[in-house]
Design a protein. Sequence first.
Length: 70
Amino acid sequence: MGGRPCWKDLPARFPSYPTCWRRFVEWTESGVLRNARRRLTDKLDRAGQVDWSEGFADAAFASAQKGVGA
């Protein structure tokens, strides 16, 4: 996917891609996805299924334009 979801490639059993995108945005902005991830992580941690010695970070970087703000 190259780091960006391609909403048009969702399985046919999913709602239309505009609906999926809209719900993703709504759930992200409202905190639903963050809370679901936190609850899942907490449950897995209590079950001893999380290895906190390993992890990763995902970030996007863009070069600043030269001369901007100078």
